[in-house]
Design a binder for this molecule. Structure first.
Ligand SMILES: [Zn+2]
Length: 211
């Protein structure tokens, strides 16, 4: 069984997920830590649970989701995995950070590029990559098919969807992608979004006002 621990960081209240299994190997999804104190919350959780970080995976390249990438990568000597279409927005991270008054952002380039259908492996587990553009180019959801768990980044939220007014946003693409690739997953699938609380595919199919 894959365990998913949620930690919420930075002024944008991004959910950073530590995803691990019985082998204690883990991946860190969207390290949003923006201070030493936040980095310590993450490293303490990992140490207390004797977890062994294997890789950093980005759901998408927006600044709030990547603020802690360099600090976490250096702390654990990890490689960064991101979708192949995320590069341009990542390369503009410094400018986005500056526009929000965050001078401490350190730029980086992903080490490995992902595409739909590939899998992220750690321990005895794998997560399937589902590509859902429309909130930002390079947005992926991570699907734990065995345990029916889905990390959605800013694609799908409890009762809402990702905003589409930022560069590379596209409302139709987002709605179509969620309808075809996410809402078709099993009812009981638990959704772990990039902001806010968890939900399920059934709840969103039945009550999300965008569908
Ligand atoms: Zn976003």
């Amino acid at each position: 069984m894959i365990e998913i621990k949620k930690l919420t960081f930075n002024p944008f209240q991004v959910n950073t997920y530590v995803v691990y299994d019985s082998t204690k190997e883990c991946i860190i999804v969207d390290p949003g830590c923006s201070s030493k104190a936040e980095l310590e919350v993450l490293t303490s959780f990992i140490a207390e649970n004797a977890l062994k970080p294997q890789k950093i995976v980005l759901t998408h390249p927006h600044i709030d989701h990547i603020l802690g990438v360099v600090a976490v990568a250096e702390h654990y000597n990890l490689k960064v995995y991101s979708h192949e279409k995320s590069l341009e927005i990542i390369s503009q991270g410094g400018a986005y950070a500056a526009s929000y008054g965050m001078s401490s952002f350190e730029s980086f380039e992903p080490d490995f590029l992902l595409s739909e259908g590939q899998e992220i492996e750690f321990g005895n587990s794998k997560l399937k990559i589902i590509y859902v553009p429309g909130h930002a180019d390079g947005s992926i959801c991570l699907y734990d098919e065995e345990d029916k768990q889905l990390i959605t980044g800013d694609v799908l939220f409890q009762g809402s969807i990702g905003r589409t007014d930022l560069p590379t946003g596209n409302y139709t693409l987002l709605i179509d992608g969620i309808s075809e690739k996410l809402l078709t997953l099993p009812d009981e699938t638990v959704v772990f979004p990039g902001h806010g609380g968890n939900t399920t595919i059934k709840e969103e199919r039945e009550t999300n006002p965008f569908f």
